[in-house]
Design a protein around this ligand. Sequence first.
Ligand code: NAP
Length: 274
Amino acid sequence: MYDVYGVIGYPVKHSLSPVIHNLGFKLLGLKSVYGTFEVSPENFEQAVIGIKALGIQGLSVTVPYKERIMKYLDEIYKTSSEIGAVNTVVVEEGRLLGFNTDWIGVLKAFEENGISLKGKQVVVIGAGGAAKAVVYAVKEAGAKEIVIYNRTYQKAVELAQKFGGVPKPWDELNKAEGEIIIQTTSVGLNSKESVVGPEVLLRFKVAMDLVYSPLKTTFLTYAEEKGCKVIDGLQMLFYQGIEQLRLWTKKSLSQESLSIIQKELYAEVQRRQA
Ligand code: NAP
């Protein structure tokens, strides 16, 4: 008998999460399997009700359901309510527990690159779902100042108010300055667009892009050209997934297993982008 896990979202067929989790289960020696559940918005409620009935042990939750799933859960971990989004469901004794591992993915990505956010001036571009986890993580890590630019200014204001950041209008983005810049919008996803030009990246030391398709976005290419240390979006995806595995299995992977999964994840992206 296999334990069943999966990712629920719409669309979700091209998710990379099965690569992380199926290999993770194998390396942990567990008889578990992870699939994709592509559920359209009109069927979402029925699907959530079915989690317990089908005996599913845990779920990753992705766009557009990270907020919508919250009202169906029996318990929501404090961090997830503060961020306002759940990306992980753990099923324990028939109860649905909600967690957020995205913010941990952000912190680990910085940590693994040897970059401290403490006392830094950080610019966050975007104020959508992913930005909430980013701003929460940056604040938790003790950044000195968090400046938020978003196309819809009101959303930047709301996010800044929630976590103590400074909202700035979108048309002033070309004047952005600081030490670390984090790109959280979907601009650049499967395209050559960049939210800012190289002249902006010249003013930063570290640049992170949450978009990982393509792996080297134009934003990161400009950043690298201007001498920034760069962090690609796959690093956050990897670490948030590893944290999910830990929550589901209560087991930690060895350093060797982590390297195997990370290598396979990058190889899979390269195969898909070839
Ligand atoms: P979301 O909630 O829909 O937010 C989208 C954000 O992008 C908003 O700030 C939106 O601004 C902005 N945006 C969209 N099109 C734009 C444009 N043409 N010009 C300027 N801004 C634009 O989505 P999300 O969940 O935050 O995800 C955002 C991106 O992060 C996606 O590409 C997703 O794949 C990626 N992501 C990566 C990871 C990872 O692990 N690496 C995790 C989560 C998400 P408005 O508010 O003005 O609409």
